[in-house]
Design a protein around this ligand. Structure first.
Ligand SMILES: [Zn+2]
Length: 355
């Protein structure tokens, strides 16, 4: 926690007219006055950002892999991989700016699917260090002293592809990425979109060595009541807290309404703040996860839920114990603006009600 609790130190020139790109951030120096937990405690809830890969895919900078016969067969054949950080940094920078302008108080560096093996399948394995470093640097340049910067660490996909025998390999991959993110200077980590609790716990174990504060969110599929290796929502929450997560929750796969029951199960199971980053796609009772809907990935627009549903969700967030609120796939800046509006409405209501 040392890096997180240092006193804020402004570098000279912060108020100068230098373009933000040339403002230097010294490693280990934090310009934010508060760490994540302190800020959640003070504000009740901190507003995160939205989903990067789906939005950048829509803008033409990321590949779904759906148009190809074989995914992961060499350079440029990735599937939702984050090489945009070095291939089109201006596109990534612009999306960060949009989220910040919409009200995000924490920006996630686009390091999702940024482990060496996944990048190797996309033909970018040799750029693993460069991609992770660039993604953090770009987020930091945009965030300046307006937002915290999180390193995103996601599942490797190897538990889905190879099963639990991949555990040892996975540990090395996640440990390497977390070391890269720490070196690049993230404020905290978000371990997200893990389908298997076993893989999440390996990630948390690797994160412990970094001493960085961790937000840990599982994605529940194919059922919304348990993770892919069969642990209930409550079991997942308890296990993540026991493994060192400071904030636990759910992200991706479900829209706000369908994610709410998951969060309530977690609320009953643990006392730490919850994180919620729902997807903006409509799911069904039969298929409560959008990535298993037949519309994924090329007909997703037909499943898009309204931004108003995110505004409504935000208005209830504090009462539901949500301390970290954002969006995942399908959430562009319009959805983050709606979350911000919902939080504002709730705060105004709370302050005007009689004590
Ligand atoms: Zn997502």
């Amino acid at each position: 926690m040392a890096a997180l609790t240092q006193k804020p130190t402004r570098q000279g020139g912060h108020h100068s007219n230098q373009p933000e790109e040339i403002i230097q951030y010294t490693k280990g120096l934090r310009i934010m006055a508060e760490d994540l937990l302190t800020r959640i405690k003070r504000q009740g809830v901190i507003l995160g950002d939205g989903g990067y890969l789906i939005e950048l895919e829509r803008r033409g900078y990321v590949d779904t892999g759906s148009g190809r016969e074989k995914v992961g067969t060499g350079r440029g054949s990735g599937q939702y991989t984050p090489e945009v950080a070095i291939e089109h940094p201006e596109a990534l920078r612009e999306l960060h700016r949009e989220f910040l302008r919409a009200g995000s108080q924490a920006l996630q560096a686009l390091t999702f699917f940024g482990t060496r093996e996944k990048l190797t399948r996309a033909g970018f394995g040799e750029q693993t260090e460069a991609i992770n470093e660039a993604a953090v640097r770009i987020a930091r340049e945009v965030a300046r002293d307006q937002a915290l910067v999180a390193g995103s660490v996601s599942r490797t996909q190897l538990f889905e592809r190879q099963g639990p025998s991949a555990a040892g390999f996975v540990r090395g991959l996640l440990a390497e990425q977390i070391r890269l993110l720490q070196k690049a200077g993230v404020d905290f980590l978000i371990l997200e979109t893990f389908f298997h609790l076993e893989e999440m716990l390996i990630g948390l174990e690797c994160a412990r060595d970094s001493k960085l504060l961790v937000v840990a969110t599982m994605s529940f599929r194919p059922r919304a009541t348990e993770c892919s290796d069969g642990h209930s929502v409550a079991e997942c929450a308890r296990a993540m807290v026991a493994a060192g997560a400071s904030v636990v929750g759910a992200n991706c796969e479900q829209e706000p309404e369908r994610m709410l029951p998951i969060l309530r199960e977690m609320r009953k199971a643990v006392a730490v703040p919850l994180a919620a980053q729902p997807a903006a796609f409509r799911t069904t009772d039969e298929i409560p996860c959008f990535t298993r809907m037949s519309q994924f990935p090329d007909h997703l627009e037909t499943l898009q839920v309204s931004r108003q549903s995110f505004s409504d969700f935000a208005a209830r967030a504090r009462a539901e114990g949500i301390g970290y609120l954002g969006g995942c796939c399908g959430c562009n800046a319009a959805y983050i603006r709606s979350l911000a509006a919902g939080l504002k409405t709730a705060a105004a209501g709370a302050s005007s009600s009689p004590v």
